[in-house]
Design a protein around this ligand. Structure first.
Ligand code: KIV
Ligand code: ZN
Length: 387
């Protein structure tokens, strides 16, 4: 196993899809699956086979048509779920069943109403059953971050003994913080026999806005699979945003010496495709793919970026597939940005005319929130008429 190779596990079509406003038709899931394969994700969680006939059919079609990533289906730790997942994945070139079973006392007591001993039995039986149906089995002790550490080690060790080769430690409710999350991965590596032979995986939710930070902390502590979604969609506040994790690894390659198979310039196009498929786009200030992620309005920033983009951009827009940065003209903008935009529109003003245009522009910008190209054209034409 290459210790430096990080595997991107995309769950846009499962954890992402199961959140409000994000459901997709079978056809839309297949189109997204093609783009995720082109992006270069290593594992594509196509759905939850037992959840609905539609999800089963989507997993089946994706398994038949998509080559490249391993195809995964989620399953509870139950015979019927596992058999249904195995069936949906039959045509996949490389298949994975992802079994989850709650391990925190609060989930065992109030949700599953089973004892810890029963959970251990279920984990062993379900992993053994799944092992016979697919190429590989992933096991997730749900709510790992609120699970008693001794019991977490126990259930992980039972799953490994039964044949799980990927152990995912989900922060199901977005409760953990980076230091605690990395400590949990270190604990599993130190205390669980066989943990050095399996791939450890992170799965973070963003309830405290820490999903990406926690994911990076897990990588630091040896996780070599990260579970993410495009645009960070997912239950409640969402999952770790794939594009943000990928961008952090790119910008801070000095800090994270891992390799992966993503084509980073596919990130913005796939973000746009997802936004066009579901009911919402990422917020304008969303890192990497939001409409303001490479936009500059303040005059000082615009001057800096026009002189050398590295002054205020830590990655090039092109590296993330964003067509270009944007100089937004508003009341904070300066003469440099105004001149640059006017030149793009074909107006090359001398310094007096530019000064007059700038004065007219700032007074207009005080009245209007955004200044469009047509406003600038009108402004120059008005100035010329009155000269
Ligand atoms: O958040 C979670 O715990 C999950 C599991 C099914 C892995 O999505
Ligand atoms: Zn989740």
């Amino acid at each position: 196993m290459d210790q430096q190779r990080l595997h991107f596990f995309d769950t846009t079509l499962r954890d992402g899809e199961q959140s409000p406003g994000c459901s997709m038709t079978q056809h839309e899931k297949l189109a997204m699956a093609h783009s995720l394969a082109d992006l270069g994700v290593d594992i594509l969680e196509a759905g939850f086979a037992i959840a609905s006939d539609g999800d089963f059919a989507a997993i089946e079609t994706i398994s038949r048509e998509i080559r490249g990533p391993r195809i995964a289906s989620l399953a509870r730790s139950r015979r019927e779920d596992i058999e249904r997942a195995g069936k949906a994945l039959e045509k996949a070139a490389r298949s994975r069943i992802h079994i989850f079973l709650a391990s925190s006392d609060i989930h065992l007591q109030y949700k599953l109403r089973i004892s810890r001993e029963e959970a251990l039995d279920q984990a062993a039986q379900s992993v053994s059953l799944a092992k016979g149906l697919v190429d590989e089995v992933e096991f997730s002790p749900e709510d790992s971050t609120r699970t008693d550490p001794d019991f977490l080690c126990k259930i992980v060790s039972v799953a490994i003994e039964a044949g799980a080769v990927i152990i995912n430690l989900p922060d199901t409710v977005g409760y953990t913080v980076p230091d605690d999350y990395s400590a949990m991965f270190r604990m599993i590596r130190e205390r669980v026999p066989g943990a050095d032979k399996v791939t450890l995986s992170s799965h973070c939710h963003d309830d405290l806005g820490l999903a990406v930070a926690n994911t990076l902390a897990a990588i630091d502590a040896g996780a070599r699979q990260v579970e993410c979604t495009i645009n960070g969609i997912g239950e409640r506040a969402g999952n770790a945003a794939l594009e943000e994790v990928a961008a952090a690894l790119h910008v801070r390659a000095d800090r994270y010496p891992v390799t992966h198979g993503l084509k980073l310039d596919h990130l913005y196009p796939i973000s746009q495709q997802l936004a066009g498929t579901i009911s919402f786009a990422p917020s304008p200030n969303k890192a990497v793919v939001g409409s303001n992620a490479f936009a500059h309005e303040a005059g000082i920033h615009q001057h800096g970026v026009l002189s050398n983009p590295l002054t205020y951009e830590i990655m090039t827009p092109a590296s993330m597939g964003v067509p270009a940065n944007r100089m937004v003209l508003g009341k904070h903008s300066g003469r440099h940005a105004l001149r640059s935009r006017l030149e793009q529109l074909g107006y090359h003003l001398g310094s007096d005319d530019l000064e007059a245009a700038y004065r007219a522009f700032t007074s207009l910008a005080d009245r209007k929130k955004a200044i469009y190209d047509q406003d600038l054209i009108n402004l120059v034409a008005h100035h010329e008429r009155h000269e």
